[in-house]
Each structure stands twice: as structure tokens, then as C-alpha cells.
Design a protein around this ligand. Structure first.
Ligand SMILES: [Zn+2]
Length: 408
């Protein structure tokens, strides 16, 4: 039998913080079999690790693996969209490695037109070492001529919508919808109207459900949000310009919210990279303030808040962006337990994925940190080791303690 014992003074189980250590966590053949308050190592274990802090592996709920968020040259980013496939695959593999180094063990890609996400999923399923699991939508769906060319397939009328959803559903883990366009930061409003009306959105949701798929929608602005919640989209991505009436329906229907602060914050903090003028910077600030306010309101109302960084977007690096996102959730006023749950147990539960909670009977899918995030949230950047089943991966270059974004 392959046995491993973790000795730790405190841990987060996915919901609760346990501080009455020392604890002994026994893992047999990759499954957690015992958790006890005890300072003695299990006599049966052939490996013992002294772990400063233990928690479930992180979940990145929204990223684009084929894009490199650290590339800040706008011209190069544009050219990259027609780069050879081999180069995109290489960037995708690098993005996966960056996620793993940050302790991310489950990823939901948010769409790419080239299907690099599907190809990476295939590669991961064949690998034997410690890797992240990947949920891939393949291509997203959008209206012809509207926003999202780098990630979504075009549709026109109801017939083409139905046909496209059925086609995508045959290989997708989730269905990604582009329901609105992007934000005009200077004017502080959405660019263009919604892409799909209520009937079309209902059709997308119904066909996706027929295939057992959950739906997640790129959606900001009140018009799009109304349609999204009315049609019963499972998860709102971005969700800027939120208001109380939308929050109430989300809470009633159990619709999740993935607020993706990271790329918007980056543009606010580094306006020169985008040549934003003063009016745009002020617009960004108002939008972010509203977002911070409503994340807290939504969380209090019972809306499931899920951490996703939109990594791959301008300024949002893979792995690093997710930890930043957790910092933003904290800044919004969520309790530390809720912050950590948004990046661990909440998404796994919503997506019907195997639980990674630190609990007897679960497969080991956990992180050892150099310190407790309850002492300093930046300790999330100090992953020592990822344990998946019977395998361990030592993190050679953790994110370390760079300035946390909520300090500003
Ligand atoms: Zn995205």
C-alpha cells in the first residue's frame, strides 16, 4: 500500500478552517482515510510530510489557456491570433504549467476558436504525472459579426443556433455563450446591444441541458444580465454593472457569479499600457467600485461566488491572476473562508466534480502551503507541494510574495 501522512497545525477543508492542531492526515493509495488531532505520525505510513498548511487544490473557473496574459504589446497580441497552431499549443502548455505552479488543480477554459483547449485536455488525459484537470468548452457561441472572434463560432437564426449548440455539445464539458459585447470604459457603458435575445438564449440553455451541459455566459450590463438570469444561465462571467434586482434572481435560482476583476484592475492600475485617458481611468474606477460592492451584496444574498481570473487576457497571467482574484474577493469584504471556497469547493460542487475537500473518503487533491492564508493571504503564493492521489509535485518556483493587489 502507498501511504502518506501529513502533519499540520491547521488546515482549510473547503468550507471551514481547522485551527486546533496538530492534525494527522493519513492518505492511503491516494485516498484520505483518517484525520485526527494527534502529534504522532502514523506507524503505517512510509512517508511523512510536515505541512505548515493544507487546503484543497485551487480551481480556476475562467481562463483562456491559448493566450498569454503576460504579453503586453498590443500589436504582438494581435499578430499572435494568427500564429501557427504549434506555437499556440506551446503557449497553452506553458499556461497549464503556470496554473499548476500556483496550485491550480482544476481549470475551466472559457473558449478558444482554435480548439487548443480541447487538444490540451486530450494531452492531459494521457499524461501520468501530477497535472491539473481541464474542463474545456472548445469554441464558444456568438452572433455573426459580434464580439468574440478569437473564441467563438458564429450563429445567425434559431436553426443555426440549435445546430451549433448540438455540434459543440458533442465535445464540450460546458457551453460558453457570448451574450454581450465589451465595455466602453470612457463612457462607462456597454458597446453594442445584447447578442442573443431572451428566446434565443432560452433555446441555447435548453439544447445545452438536453446534452447535460451547464452554460456560462460572458455578460455585462443590465440588458444582458436580465436575459441571462431570466433564461437560467448557470454562471454569469464578468457581470459588470450588476444591480440588486439581478442579484435577487441569481440568489433565487442559484446562478453563480465569476466576477473576473483581474484584467479590469490591471488596466486601471496600468492605464498607460492601453493609452487610457483620464476619463477612462475614472470610468474604470467607478466600474470596479460597483463590482466590489455587488460581490459582497451577492455573497450575502447567497449567490455562489466563484473565482476566475480571465487569465490570458491582457495583464492577467495564468495562475498569478487567480490568486490576485482571490485577493479581490477578500477586498470586496468576503470572509476568508468564503474567499477560499470560491477558489476550491464552490466551483467543484456547482460543476458536479469530485470533491477535493480535506475529508475522509476523498481522493487527495490538495496543496501544502509554506504558511497559512489566515495569517496572510499572500501565503497563497507560496505553494510548496501539490498532492494528487499517490503523486506529489514539489513547486520549484512558487509565485512568492509579490505585492498583493488589494494593498493599493
Ligand atoms: Zn474570458
Amino acid at each position: 500500500m502507498n501511504t502518506l501522512t501529513l502533519m499540520t497545525t491547521s488546515y482549510f477543508d473547503g468550507t471551514r478552517h481547522h485551527t486546533n492542531g496538530p492534525y494527522r492526515i493519513d492518505i492511503h493509495d491516494g485516498v484520505i482515510v483518517k484525520i485526527e488531532r494527534d502529534q504522532h505520525q502514523s506507524p503505517a505510513s512510509n512517508r511523512v510530510i510536515n505541512a505548515p498548511f493544507v487546503m484543497p487544490g485551487l480551481v480556476e473557473a475562467h481562463c483562456h489557456l491559448f493566450l498569454d496574459g503576460n504579453e503586453l504589446d498590443l500589436e504582438k497580441r494581435k499578430q499572435y491570433l494568427s500564429a501557427p497552431r504549434a506555437q499556440m499549443l506551446e503557449i497553452g502548455r506553458q499556461s497549464l504549467a503556470e496554473n499548476l505552479a500556483a496550485g491550480v488543480t482544476l481549470i475551466r477554459d472559457a473558449g478558444d476558436i482554435h480548439g487548443i483547449n480541447h487538444e490540451l485536455r486530450q494531452e492531459l488525459s494521457q499524461g501520468s504525472s501530477v497535472t491539473a484537470r481541464l474542463r474545456s468548452p472548445g469554441r464558444a457561441i456568438r452572433k455573426a459579426g459580434r464580439y468574440g472572434g478569437f473564441m467563438a463560432e458564429e450563429t445567425t437564426d434559431a436553426r443555426s443556433i440549435e445546430h451549433t449548440v448540438r455540434k459543440l455539445a458533442s465535445t464540450a464539458d460546458d457551453l460558453k455563450i457570448l451574450l454581450t459585447g465589451i465595455i466602453d470604459f470612457e463612457k462607462g457603458q456597454m458597446k453594442g446591444g445584447v447578442q442573443f435575445d431572451l428566446d434565443e438564449t432560452r433555446l441555447i440553455v435548453a439544447v445545452a441541458r438536453e446534452h447535460g451541459l451547464k452554460t456560462f455566459a460572458h455578460c455585462s450590463g443590465i440588458d444582458g444580465l436580465r436575459i441571462a438570469v431570466e433564461a437560467g444561465i448557470d454562471s454569469i462571467e464578468h457581470g459588470f454593472f450588476m444591480d440588486r434586482s439581478i442579484v435577487n434572481v441569481m440568489a433565487d435560482k442559484g446562478i453563480a457569479w465569476v466576477p473576473t476583476f483581474s484584467p479590469v484592475w490591471f488596466q486601471y492600475e496600468h492605464p498607460h499600457h492601453c493609452q487610457w485617458n483620464q476619463a477612462s481611468v475614472e470610468g474604470l474606477k467607478r466600474i470596479l467600485d460597483n463590482h466590489f460592492e455587488y460581490i459582497a451584496v451577492a455573497s450575502d444574498a447567497g449567490v455562489p461566488i466563484v473565482a476566475g481570473s480571465d487569465a490570458g487576457s491582457f495583464g492577467a497571467g495564468h495562475g498569478r491572476g487567480l490568486v490576485d482574484e482571490l485577493m479581490f474577493h477578500r477586498r470586496a469584504g468576503l470572509s476568508l473562508e468564503k474567499v477560499l471556497a470560491s477558489g476550491t469547493s464552490t466551483p467543484r460542487r456547482l460543476w458536479n466534480c469530485p470533491s477535493a475537500d480535506i475529508a475522509v473518503g476523498n481522493q487527495a487533491d490538495l496543496l501544502i502551503l509554506e504558511g497559512s492564508p489566515f495569517d496572510a493571504l499572500d501565503n497563497l503564493r507560496r505553494v510548496r507541494c501539490v498532492v494528487r492521489g499517490v503523486s506529489q509535485l514539489k513547486i520549484e518556483t512558487p509565485l512568492l510574495t509579490k505585492e498583493s493587489p488589494h494593498a493599493a
